[in-house]
Design a protein around this ligand. Structure first.
Ligand SMILES: Cc1cc2nc3c(=O)[nH]c(=O)nc-3n(C[C@H](O)[C@H](O)[C@H](O)COP(=O)(O)OP(=O)(O)OC[C@H]3O[C@@H](n4cnc5c(N)ncnc54)[C@H](O)[C@@H]3O)c2cc1C
Ligand SMILES: NC(=O)C1=CN([C@@H]2O[C@H](COP(=O)(O)OP(=O)(O)OC[C@H]3O[C@@H](n4cnc5c(N)ncnc54)[C@H](OP(=O)(O)O)[C@@H]3O)[C@@H](O)[C@H]2O)C=CC1
Ligand SMILES: CC(C)=CCC[C@@H](C)[C@H]1CC[C@H]2C3=C(CC[C@]12C)[C@@]1(C)CC[C@H](O)C[C@@H]1CC3
Length: 509
């Protein structure tokens, strides 16, 4: 456990800080909302034309050749500094800017933004790593398919979900994002192109190597090679999610209901929200064709004038009754995008007001990357002191204990609870029980009124969040056996930093 001391501020500085925080919405409404709309419209049109022209598969070879050439040039020029991707710090989905990029050779992977091919026989889709979740759902759902796991913010990338990690409400059935991956195409430190994948019975040394590499990539944060494409599983889907809300009145009831629903094999999605230590709701979802059996109405939560999803859920829990409704699938997947979970209320405090929603809701949300880019240093300091951003992945039977720790230390609500299945397979996140265990992601995001203490309970911490762990604490949490071996075998130690040196506090500001 390590404490973060608030820096001493005088009264004037506090006032400036408060004004910037309270009136940021003016800048957001006047500049960021229109800029976000332009940005998204450009990408929408661009992707539409690329799809219609079918040019992405041909262009992929050229893009990969360029990356191989950059890595070979790095080798030939004497390997002076280590390598990382050239993705700019402001466009990534974490609060922090990566400091490490400044002193490294940046390999340009920014053009890898296209969906390459869908194989309806093998039920897979092959995509480049900068493809976003919003892009994938827009492409797959009209074809009647979906990824088994769709992390909910539109701008999360496939590369980030694989090299970092991705969880979502369907994790109870499919695990983490890495568990829906079939193969990774990688440019390694020597400039070679390899395909890492799972083999049922690896029979040659090469197959064994590629099998081991496949398990090493998730959570490695680009420290084993550059991902240039990924083959992902797809599943058939239906146009709606039939969502049932079960209000809970105690933490014990929450844990029991979450477990019961997570273990029910008929459920596709299970998610919990805690609005206070005791009061919460468990939501279970199943694919559906809509309200044909008169068990509920359609609620198009994604429409611009609709309430933010979590406030809708909170209103339902206040009735104390079980409620069922049908949500269009894509709107369900991106249900937390419009309100950026519950972060937008700090930025546009009246963003959920009915008048605002009808007038300007269609431009929401502002892009997270633009918010990040335009956070002034004064506000960053305030966020440093008062804002909590933590995701702890813990076995479900430790939920109660974990909530108690977060309640005592930061008392930030709502808390996001996302159960997911953690198989016993090799990799950095490792449980060695020999069987699958139900874990839960406990996500805490928001402003705390308490003195901020960063605590890490037993489990795995998602590394996009703020981490104050020492190197030894880090490697106590994660399993390094395959990782270290792969780093040596593929000459990564000279080519890429150690994963801890990318995610520790000193590497980000
Ligand atoms: C000095 C040294 C030499 C090494 N030499 C080799 C080598 O020659 N060849 C090589 O491949 N690795 C080699 N390794 C890597 C080695 O595989 C791992 O470091 C080690 O086995 C990890 O142990 P573990 O208990 O975490 O994984 P284990 O559970 O032992 O897993 C090892 C391998 O078994 C397979 N496996 C296990 N569970 C599952 C599962 N649930 N689903 C699918 N696959 C599974 C995977 O291939 C995995 O890579 C070496 C490591 C070291 C330190
Ligand atoms: N529901 C969820 O699961 C959510 C998850 N998140 C977190 O957000 C992060 C994803 O953010 P996103 O902006 O998409 O990704 P980032 O750009 O932040 O990438 C995350 C890491 O993956 C590495 N990486 C990305 N692409 C490649 C590639 N092609 N080759 C090699 N390494 C690569 C990056 O390396 P480098 O440093 O070299 O750029 C970086 O270390 C994840 O880490 C995730 O944990 C956030 C919100 C929700
Ligand atoms: C569901 C999981 C696993 C994680 C959700 C994480 C998000 C809540 C955060 C990821 C990036 C964060 C940023 C902000 C809020 C919280 C996230 C969206 C800001 C928008 C907060 C305001 C700052 O000025 C900019 C931040 C950018 C990153």
């Amino acid at each position: 456990m390590s404490a973060k001391e608030p820096s001493a501020l005088n009264a004037f500085e506090r006032q400036v800080e408060w004004i910037m925080f309270r009136f940021r919405w003016i800048f957001v409404i006047l500049f960021l909302l229109p800029a976000s709309l332009i940005f998204d419209s450009y990408h929408f049109v661009r992707n539409y034309f690329i799809y219609k022209l079918q040019s992405a598969p041909r262009a992929h070879g050229r893009k990969v050749a360029r990356i191989k050439r950059q890595v070979r040039e790095w080798n030939e020029s004497g390997k002076k500094t280590k390598m990382c991707t050239a993705r700019s710090g402001w466009s990534t989905m974490s609060f922090r800017f990566p400091l490490y990029k400044k002193n490294m050779t940046q390999i340009n992977t920014d053009q890898l933004v296209d969906i390459l091919e869908i194989d309806e026989k093998a039920l897979t889709v092959r995509v480049e790593p900068m493809v976003t979740m919003g892009q994938i759902t827009r492409f797959l759902l009209p074809l009647g398919y979906t990824l088994p796991i769709v992390p909910e913010l539109d701008d999360l990338t496939v590369g980030g979900m694989i090299n970092g990690c991705g969880v979502e409400a369907s994790g109870r059935k499919y695990g983490m994002f890495q568990h829906i991956c079939v193969a990774y195409e990688l440019v390694m430190a020597d400039g070679s192109l390899v395909t890492a994948k799972k083999f049922k019975n690896p029979s040659t040394q090469e197959e064994t190597d590629m099998h081991t590499l496949f398990f090493g990539i998730p959570w490695s944060h680009g420290t084993l090679g550059f991902l240039v494409s990924a083959t992902l599983r797809i599943i058939p889907c239906r146009p709606f999610v039939k969502l049932t809300y079960y209000p809970t009145k105690t933490l014990e009831e929450m844990e029991a209901t979450l477990r019961e629903e997570a273990e029910n094999r008929e459920n596709e999605f299970v998610e919990g929200l805690l609005f206070s230590k005791d009061r919460g709701v468990v939501m279970r979802g199943r694919f559906s064709d809509g309200p044909i059996d008169n068990t509920g109405k359609i609620n198009s939560i994604g429409r611009w004038y609709k309430k933010w999803f979590y406030t809708h859920v909170e209103d339902l829990t206040k009735t104390g009754k079980v409620h069922t409704e049908f949500i269009p699938l894509r709107e369900y997947y991106h249900r937390h995008s419009k309100s950026i979970f519950w972060e937008l209320k700090e930025i546009v405090p009246f963003g959920n007001n009915v008048v605002f929603r009808w007038l300007l809701g269609w431009m929401c949300p502002p892009k997270i990357s633009l918010l990040k880019l335009t956070t002034p240093p004064t506000l960053r300091k305030l966020y440093d002191r008062k804002h909590v951003l933590q995701d702890m992945l813990v076995p479900l039977d430790r939920l109660n204990e974990t909530i108690n720790v977060f309640h005592k230390e930061v008392e930030v609500y709502p808390i996001w609870l996302c159960p997911f299945n953690q198989p016993s397979c090799p990799g950095m996140v490792r449980q060695r029980s020999g069987k699958s265990i139900m874990y839960v992601d406990v996500g805490v995001y928001g402003i705390t009124e308490k003195k901020k203490i960063m605590t890490h309970t037993k489990g795995f911490q998602m590394m996009y969040a703020d981490t104050y762990m020492t190197r030894s604490e880090f490697w106590e949490m994660f399993d390094s056996s395959i990782y270290d071996w792969l780093r040596t075998k593929y000459q990564c130690t000279q080519a890429f930093p150690d994963v801890y040196d990318k995610v520790c506090k000193a590497a980000r500001y």
